[in-house]
Design a protein around this ligand. Structure first.
Ligand code: FE2
Length: 272
């Protein structure tokens, strides 16, 4: 089974490369299931219903979110009628929408997707480790689902790596999001869970984590805000991770994906 996860789509330039590349990647690589993190898709902050619909029409099977899930207030409403939009599972009880769902992939496999927030250098939320334990217990790999993809949206590499080892052998893929910088530690862990600390963003890398660089540099040097953060509008790099799974839902291959823009190109050779 062929899985593609695409990291945080930032603003208009990120949306443009996703629309340009995803339909052809789906075909060229024969993808069975695609997850896109869309929490920065609307002007860098949150997601609108129109953008979420556009991602699903373009070839995403599921859109995950993060700490900016509800920056666009309309998300509080439309998320309740969009089962393919997944917000962090460890938000307080009563938060609109769902933190996990089961989908059917193109090859007929049942894919569990969970979005979860880390707590180190982030808002204090429910324990992500206890939360994932509950989700795995409710839908174990090989019984409740044929594949399980976990998007851990977190700042600290240590928390993400600990999380990967905690669920190793029990899920198909643990991929980090949120830092907007792709890491080089993509690997298959000992229990055959595919792992990457951060998928990187799908956005313009001539920026500060996707934002036009002037205002962030000014804020770091003067400590005064002078304008809003706006997404950088140059050519984006589509970033993510490609994973091939066996029929038990465990990883056979993993490769980083970087296409377009300023970063060096990376593609899964095993599919080309
Ligand atoms: Fe984030």
């Amino acid at each position: 089974m062929r899985l593609l996860f695409i990291g945080d789509v930032v603003g208009r330039s990120g949306r443009a490369i996703l629309a340009e590349q995803l339909p052809r990647l789906r075909l060229a690589w024969g993808l069975d299931f695609v997850v896109v993190n869309g929490e920065n898709a609307a002007g860098g902050f949150g997601i609108t219903e129109a953008i979420s619909d556009e991602f699903l029409a373009t070839g995403a099977d599921c859109v995950t979110l993060g700490n900016h899930a509800f920056d666009q207030r309309e998300a509080l409403v439309f998320i309740t009628r969009q089962p393919r939009l997944i917000r962090p599972v460890n938000y307080p009880r009563g938060t609109p929408g769902r933190g996990t769902n089961l989908f059917e992939a193109k090859n007929g496999a049942r894919v569990l997707v969970v979005n979860i927030l880390g707590r180190v250098f982030m808002d204090a939320l429910d324990d992500p480790f206890a939360a994932i334990e509950r989700e795995i217990e409710a839908c174990p790999l090989g019984m409740g689902c044929d594949a399980a993809v976990i998007d851990i949206h977190a700042e600290a590499s240590s928390e993400k790596q600990a999380f990967g080892h905690f669920v190793d052998g029990r899920v198909s893929l643990v991929v980090g999001t949120h830092t907007h910088v792709p890491t080089a530690d993509y690997q298959i862990l000992r229990g055959r869970t595919a792992y990457m600390t951060d998928a990187g963003m799908t956005g313009d890398y001539d920026s500060v984590i996707g934002m036009d660089k002037e205002e962030p540099v000014r804020r770091f040097t003067t400590k005064l805000p002078s304008t809003r953060f706006e997404p950088a509008l140059g050519d984006a790099t589509l970033c993510g991770v490609a994973v091939e799974l066996d029929d038990k839902g465990l990883a056979l291959q993993i490769a980083p994906v970087r296409i377009g823009g300023r970063l060096s190109e990376a593609r899964p050779e095993f599919w080309e």
